[in-house]
Ligand binder design. Structure first.
Ligand code: ADP
Ligand code: 5RP
Length: 522
């Protein structure tokens, strides 16, 4: 079964963004800078107004950030008078993306039109504050979506970074230890995990969720008296909305060892002493429960607003790209380089950091390299990337051979925790240096797709690009030359759009491929 995507979803004609004036009394938590979409900046400068509608300026006070004003592009069909929005009761769908450097919210309607869009970079907080910062970011973004939009949301979903692992007190719902992030490794647990898991299994890497759970269990968990449950970043954030702990999706659960084909945890895992910590697994986009009444009333959400299981950020980016043909792929060029190829065959080989996520009755084969935007951010500002990229001739290969990494360690297409970054020799010309970096990242992407092909995945025929790197057209041309297939930017590059689509699909029952996962959580 492929994703059933209503034809109306093929178009998105309206873009809305809200503008925040950052509260200068920023607390240590909210140093986040809220970014404007390019279109909102154009509206701001009066260069063009939203299609078919008026600009509505309203004040939306937020207890975290003073929201200077909200520019609400009104899609055709809504009329405005005196700053009020006509109460057209079309249903809206809200998606959140909690990526590596920031979080984003997008609200769409049943035709794929974006009716609200906002982003907040994560403020620099101590690791013990990560969970509370994510929680504050979630409610700040909800709070900043205008009441007229919030009141029409009927479904919410959310994506987070894969294998970002949390251990939660079942009584309080709060973390009993700090989250362990997607790119952190717990090699001390590898021998224990290797002793129980099958060869080449996805969990056989230090960055797997299972290694993080076992490392915690070995160090303190086995002595804990409190009843706890293991959750992922996406699950825990969603639980803040619906109030049920220990419910996840089979994309987030893959790296703790869940088998999405059998739709169960394997016996080699359920026989472990920590098996009781494993969350209940449902299909992505499955109904979990209604938004809590207190939250619905505080944020003006509908009492019948339903929360749906989420997914990981790179899968949400894949959903946003609306790829439906096997052989088509999405490369997410965010802080990392995550590759997802739609394949009719499943491929898993931890030696190369390759694993398959389930998507309906097909597979998203790929992995995530530590190369990508994080190392670019260390070397260049976004403005430099634009200026220098424009001076590169993408038709000419760079003679420079780097392995760009932000720090020691690589996950895919080599699973090598000791892989050293290689960024020398550095030429005098920054243009040549950037050319070498972009070309070297493209070569890693090429090796990644070649590895999938060698292991039997559906042959690659086209690549769409998501994430911050998708905007770089010169880089697309370099990648096209290196990969040997057409490369383009996804129409929608934001994972938050994919999370909103997941809420829509879940609400409309468009991804029902498993009876097991559709019983509402107890
Ligand atoms: N013009 C550009 N060319 C290539 N990369 C870019 C460009 N502009 C921004 N980026 C990169 O995009 C990354 C941010 O992308 P994003 O998808 O928001 O990341 P994430 O969600 O993983 O934090 C940054 O690391 C930045 O280096
Ligand atoms: O690198 C990441 C951080 O953005 C991705 O979340 C992750 O590693 C990709 O994993 P998955 O394939 O399970 O979505």
């Amino acid at each position: 079964m492929t994703m059933l995507i209503s034809s109306a979803l093929q178009t998105a004609i309206c873009h809305t963004a809200f503008i925040y004036a950052q509260d200068r009394r920023t607390s240590f938590v909210h140093k986040g800078v809220l970014q404007l979409s390019a279109r909102a900046r154009r509206w701001r400068r009066g260069e063009n107004s939203p299609p078919g509608g008026l600009l509505c300026r309203s004040k939306v006070a937020s207890h975290h950030l003073r929201v200077g004003e909200f520019i609400y592009g009104i899609k055709a069909g809504l009329t405005m008078s005196d700053g009020e929005v006509a109460a057209e009761e079309s249903e809206l769908y809200m998606g959140f993306d909690f990526g590596t450097s920031g979080a984003r919210v997008m609200v769409i309607d049943g035709e794929g039109e974006i009716c609200a869009d906002g982003k907040q970079l994560y403020p620099a907080v101590h690791e013990t504050e990560w969970a509370s910062m994510w929680k504050d970011t979630l409610f700040t973004l909800i709070d900043a979506v205008p009441a007229q939009v919030r009141s029409r949301v009927v479904a919410i979903s959310l994506d987070g970074t894969s294998s970002t692992t949390m251990v939660i007190d079942r009584k309080t719902g709060q973390p009993v230890t700090r989250p362990v992030l997607y790119n952190e490794s717990r090699p001390q647990a590898l021998a224990t995990v290797e002793a129980i898991a099958p060869a080449k299994h996805t969990v056989l890497t230090g960055t797997s969720t299972l290694c993080k759970l076992v490392a915690w269990w070995m160090s303190e968990g086995s002595k804990l008296q409190t009843e706890v449950v293991m959750m992922h970043q996406a699950d825990w954030l969603l639980s803040l909305l619906h109030g049920k702990l220990g419910i996840t999706d089979y994309n987030n659960a893959l790296k703790v060892g869940y088998d999405p084909e059998l739709e169960e945890y394997p016996a080699w895992l359920t026989s472990q002493p920590y098996a009781s910590l494993l969350p209940l697994v449902k299909e992505p986009g499955s109904a979990i429960g209604l938004v809590g009444q207190d939250i619905a009333s505080t944020y003006g959400l509908r009492e019948d607003c339903q929360v749906y299981t989420g997914t990981t950020d790179s899968i949400a980016a894949f959903l946003a790209a609306r790829v439906t043909e096997p052989g088509e792929a999405v490369t997410s060029l965010g802080s990392t380089l995550a590759v997802k190829l739609l394949s009719t065959s499943r491929v898993d080989d931890s030696r190369y950091g390759i694993y398959s996520h389930r998507l309906g009755d097909k597979w998203l084969v790929g992995g995530a390299s530590n190369t990508g935007g994080a190392v670019l951010r260390q070397l260049f500002s976004n403005e430099q990337l634009q200026e220098l990229s424009a001076q590169i001739d993408p038709s000419k290969p760079s003679p420079l051979d780097y392995y760009p990494l932000p720090k020691v360690g690589e996950r895919f297409p080599e699973a090598d925790p000791n892989k050293e970054p290689r960024l020398s020799p550095r030429p005098d010309s920054d243009v040549e240096f950037l050319h070498g970096v972009l070309e070297s990242i493209a070569r890693i992407e090429g090796r990644a797709y070649a590895a999938l092909d060698e292991l039997g995945a559906t042959p690659l025929k086209a690549v769409k690009t998501a994430g911050g790197g998708a905007q770089n057209v010169v880089w697309q041309r370099i990648r096209e030359r290196v990969l040997g297939v057409p490369v383009s930017a996804s129409t929608q590059t934001e994972a938050a759009y994919g999370a909103a689509l997941l809420a829509f699909y879940g609400c409309k029952g468009l991804i029902r491929t498993s009876q097991k996962s559709y019983s509402t959580a107890s």
